[in-house]
Each structure stands twice: as structure tokens, then as C-alpha cells.
Ligand binder design. Structure first.
Ligand code: NAD
Length: 308
């Protein structure tokens, strides 16, 4: 069993905050780090706060933690477990990563950003600490190209599903460099402590669940246009009546984030050779248009549905 006593999650967005919440649920003190915002909000300016103030510097991680109390169903067993989550930022708190046993990356779905982050993490990384990515489908081995062999031996994909407290599936994606003992430790910890059902996946574009799921969503979207249906009608058909009690197609997309979905679909399109498969993962313009209008789903208040 992995000796994971303390953890850090990097990226306090939809998934990062909720993964930190689930770690806190099982009693693990967790650092939750995000970037330092580029500028103060109008409200912060009115209060006389500047980019030097911790309140501003930690704003994104603080907001991620605060969301855990507002979301329904709740990502945490009880509000008291939130005391185990310490928000911070990647500039002031990077050194603290040397004090944890597991670092989980959950930042935007972008290879270059993830690669840069792992380069920075390695500077403070201590041997023995497991490092993993929550990517939805980007190549795990590509993220750590250029990192030391020791770091790569401790590195793997741990793909949680949204919402992490409730979704039992965890895909574990080792690379050819991952130490098999680390894989075993992670699997045992995920099953015995986090309560997950682990599926081992190969490091192929979008692994298993998202290779199938994203395709299914794109086909559903196409059918909606062809048959002139609305998202609510499609959701009525693809929710409880199909044995998915909590979510259907478009409510799930709003929960996932439309920007994330577009990145994840494009990841397959740009990484497969078969022209038919490439075409199948083409994202319709309407989705790209929604993203360009900041209709990202629940996180921006508007997606296929308006958040009320
Ligand atoms: P999100 O957009 O909600 O949050 C991303 C976070 O990354 C933000 O808080 C942002 O401030 C931070 N960030 C941006 N640039 C950064 C940088 N340079 N360094 C560090 N942090 C930075 O995204 P999300 O939905 O939480 O997705 C995070 C990861 O989890 C992605 O890899 C995504 O593919 C994966 N994932 C998402 C879902 C889902 O349902 N949304 C499910 C499984 C996996």
C-alpha cells in the first residue's frame, strides 16, 4: 500500500478542487495550488489589495476550495474536512511540493503547459514522491519527455472522472518508464483508500473511457442537429431512461466544461492516423463558437443550459 500521508493537487478548477475535496474526504491533508492571477479584480482593487497580497495571489485556489461547499451533490462528506485543504499558489508554495507523497496535476488540457509545469516540479521534487496527471487523454509519456529517469519512474496517469467523489472509475496509465512498484502502490491506494474501481489503460490518445465517450457525445450532437432536436430533448432520452441516473449528454458536457471537451476531442483527432477516425473526432463549429463566447458550461454560468 502506498504510504500516502500528504498530497498536493495542482490546478484548482473543476477537477483539481474536487480531487482535493475527495482526498480530504479520506483524511489526507492536501495542498491545492493554482497560478497567481495576472491582475487584481475590480473588487480587490477597491479593497486596496495588490498582486503582492496573499489574498490575491491565492485567489484561484481559495475559490476552488470555496466552490466545494456550494456544489451539489457535495464533493465533500462534511464541511469540516475542508480544513485539510490548504490553498496556495505555484510561485510562493512550489517548495512545499517536496513535503508531500503524491502530486496530482489537474491544470488546463494543454501539453506545453503541462510539460512546463513538470519541469518546474522536478526542481523541488523529492525521490519517492509519486507524480501523476489527471489529463483526459494527452500522452502521458510526452508530458515528461526531458525529465530525469528517476522522475519518469515515479510518473503515471491517474484519470479521475467528474465528479470525483461519486464516479468510481479511475484509469491508471503507466508509461514504459513507470516503475511497476509505483503502479501497484497507486492501484492499491486508489482501491483501498479512495474507494475507486481501477482500470489499467494504455497510453493511447484519450485512453479508454474518453476515446469511447467523446465519440459518443459527438455522434449524439450530430444526431441532435440532423433531427432538429433540442439539448433538453436529447438529455431526456440519454439520461435516466438509458440507465444514467445522474446525468445525460448535455448536462454532462456542461459539467465537464466545453473548452475541456473541445481539447479532449481534438487530442484524438490530431493523434490518430486513420482518416475516418480523424473525421469522427472533428468538433462541430457550434461548439467552438460557444467556447469563444465563454459559454463553457457550469464554470462560466452558461453552456447548453444556463446555470441557475
Ligand atoms: P479547468 O479549466 O476547470 O481548470 C484548470 C485550472 O488550471 C484552472 O484553475 C487554471 O487557473 C489552471 N491553470 C491554467 N494555466 C495554468 C498553468 N500554466 N499552470 C498551472 N495551472 C494553470 O479544467 P478541469 O476541467 O479541472 O481540467 C483539469 C484537467 O483535468 C485537464 O487535464 C482535463 O482534461 C482533466 N479532466 C477534466 C475532467 C472534467 O470533467 N472537466 C474530467 C477528467 C479529467
Amino acid at each position: 500500500m502506498a504510504n500516502i500521508k500528504r498530497a498536493a493537487v495542482i490546478g484548482a478548477g473543476v477537477m483539481g478542487a474536487a480531487i482535493a475535496g475527495h482526498l480530504a474526504n479520506v483524511g489526507i491533508p492536501t495542498l491545492l495550488l493554482d497560478i497567481v492571477p495576472r491582475e487584481e479584480t475590480e473588487e480587490e482593487k477597491r479593497k486596496g489589495l495588490t498582486l503582492q497580497d496573499p489574498q490575491v495571489r491565492n485567489r484561484l485556489a481559495e475559490a476552488g476550495k470555496a466552490r466545494l461547499l456550494k456544489e451539489k451533490p457535495s464533493p465533500v462528506y462534511h464541511k469540516e474536512v475542508l480544513e485539510l485543504i490548504t490553498p496556495g499558489n505555484l510561485e510562493d508554495d512550489l517548495d512545499k511540493l517536496s513535503e508531500v507523497d503524491w502530486i496530482i496535476e489537474a491544470v488546463v488540457e494543454n501539453l506545453a503547459i503541462k510539460q512546463q509545469l513538470f519541469e518546474n516540479i522536478e526542481k523541488v521534487w523529492k525521490r519517492g514522491t509519486i507524480v501523476s496527471s489527471n489529463t483526459s487523454g494527452i500522452s502521458i509519456h510526452a508530458m515528461v519527455e526531458g525529465r530525469s529517469e528517476a522522475f519518469r519512474r515515479h510518473f503515471l496517469g491517474t484519470h479521475f472522472f467528474n465528479p470525483p467523489r461519486y464516479m468510481k472509475l479511475l484509469e491508471i496509465i503507466p508509461t514504459k518508464d513507470t516503475d511497476p512498484a509505483i503502479v501497484d502502490q497507486m492501484k492499491a491506494f486508489a482501491e483501498n483508500v479512495l474507494g475507486k474501481g481501477v482500470v489499467m489503460a494504455k497510453d493511447t490518445p484519450n485512453f479508454i473511457a474518453n476515446r469511447i465517450g467523446v465519440y459518443g457525445t459527438l455522434v449524439t450532437l450530430q444526431a441532435m442537429f440532423e433531427q432538429n432536436l433540442g439539448p433538453d430533448e436529447v438529455d431526456a432520452l440519454t439520461g435516466p431512461v438509458m440507465g444514467r441516473p445522474k446525468s445525460a449528454t448535455f448536462r454532462t458536457l456542461d459539467l465537464v466544461g466545453l473548452d475541456t471537451f473541445v481539447h479532449v476531442a481534438e487530442n484524438v483527432r490530431s493523434n490518430v492516423d486513420d482518416p475516418e477516425e480523424k473525421a469522427a473526432f472533428e468538433v462541430p463549429d457550434v461548439l467552438k463558437e460557444m467556447v469563444s463566447r465563454n459559454w463553457l458550461g457550469e464554470k462560466s454560468g452558461q453552456g447548453f443550459f444556463k446555470k441557475v
